[in-house]
Write a protein that binds this ligand. Sequence first.
Ligand code: ADP
Ligand code: MG
Length: 379
Amino acid sequence: MKSTEPVRVAVNIRPLLTSEGCTDCITVTPDEPQVHIGSHTFTYDLVFGNGGLPFSQIYHRCVAPLVEDLFRGYNATILAYGQTASGKSYTMGTNCGADGGGIIPTVMEDVFTRVEAVKSQIRISFLEIYNEEIYDLLAASKPSRAPIRIRETNSGEITLQGVTEVQVKTKEEMSSYLARGSSTRATGITNMNIQSSRSHAIFTISVKITTAEETLCAKLRLVDLAGSERANRTGADGIRLKEGRHINSSLLALGNVIKILGGNERKKKKGVCHIPYRVSKLTRLLQDSLGGNSKTVMIACVSPAITDVEETLSTLRYANYARNIKNKAVVQKQKPSTPCFDAMVKELTPSNSDAKNKTVVQKHTPSSDYYAMVKELTP
Ligand code: ADP
Ligand code: MG
């Protein structure tokens, strides 16, 4: 089953912090998902905070439907977007703060409540993109920190070579991996946030559900981006400045992808338009989440402080583009694996040793007959 639907966009306005000591520059139309900033007005799917919906409803309104979709076999993504110190990590729950709140811990509870009712297997992975390299936050050999390489399959699917995927059986076990990965994640102190995320983090929950009729394999990606920043405001120099440049350039690439996917240019060209996913690792990893095979909710986090008005306006603009992005989510059914089917495919597939010895043959075969037969054998 295929489902074409736009990326849903929620805006989350965090409270003014006592340290900010300034005035609010953003208002919300009562009972409407609409925000006003200066002379600009933007409408979204949902607005939380500052007179909009209470923050406590963010899970129920934005995330719970995606967890439900995950268990129906659809890939899903929650993406927290916004400037530094706008509340992304607080909202996602990747800071593992004292209150233990946020989206990811609640997802875990939800997932394990649902798991009780179906035959399923849960696996997780946790990555960060730091200085334009992908690192495995669950790797056993932490000191080596060897970057992970991206591979693309013939069908265009992005895979990550050697990434740790651990099977988890309880919420507590999953939680301990989140805490372990979060503590490994690169953070640093800047003038704008004492625990500023210096990397983009992607926590993925893969679910395999087996019923009498079929096996569904779907993934939920929970993305906590590092925030855009201006060096003169963060006071960054040395390592922090270099990190900031990488963060900004990957966010710029993400912004461009969002703008092209959601802008008018694409409509004018009837959808035929080059999308620059390859410009950064972040956009490559999010290729399916934006314009691809995923149900996606973007949570645009903003600060209400007048001192952040420029960044808030920029976030609201990109969030507005994102509402026009159309995704095509497809139920992720696992190909049947019966001993008979596997044996027949094996017989028809050139073996590894053949492939090693006859590199030319590997290039030109299998023949079209082979593909026709495999197709015929694939229900
Ligand atoms: P980001 O990840 O966007 O850089 P953080 O999540 O680290 O920002 O949040 C920055 C600060 O704002 C933190 O001190 C956090 O506790 C506070 N904060 C963010 N969102 C909220 C909220 N909804 N309610 C209360 N405090 C918040
Ligand atoms: Mg953060």
